[in-house]
Design a protein. Structure first.
Length: 140
């Protein structure tokens, strides 16, 4: 009589192959949706960090010009340049995409800061109008 009261079905010990495949499929779908969004956010943050670095360099140039009225805007962004030596910058910001920053003196006496990895310049290194960061012109 004791045998008849035992469970008819054995106790489950593991997942079936179908259950595991369904879980893997769900995870793959989630990754297919999330990965492009993540990579887009990483790229966007690198662009914004580069833009902020260009603003920092331009602001330091302007601060140095205010402190020293005889200063002419410099294109020297080396660690021994006037911006670092005067204390306006502790170090030249580094581009998140491993580019280098250059300061271009405009004909109207203003400056524009450019990044070497940005798609602002043509193949000859010339910058079209409106690209880079120009203090007083670009607000973002």
């Amino acid at each position: 009589m004791m045998r008849k009261t035992m469970l008819k079905y054995p106790k489950r010990q593991a997942f079936t192959l179908i259950e595991l495949l369904v879980v893997v499929l769900i995870l793959a779908i989630l990754m297919a949706v999330a990965l492009p969004l993540y990579l887009g956010a990483v790229k966007d943050s690198a662009v914004k960090a580069c833009r902020a670095n260009m603003q920092t360099i331009a602001n330091a140039e302007q601060a140095y010009k205010v402190k020293n009225a005889t200063h002419t805007f410099t294109t020297d962004l080396s660690s021994s340049g006037a911006l670092v030596a005067d204390g306006n910058l502790t170090a030249i910001p580094t581009c998140p995409n491993a580019g280098t920053y250059t300061v271009v003196l405009n004909t109207d006496g203003t400056i524009t800061v450019h990044c070497s990895v940005a798609t602002d310049d043509d193949d000859n290194g010339n910058y079209p109008a409106g690209h880079g960061y120009t203090p007083g012109v670009d607000s973002q």
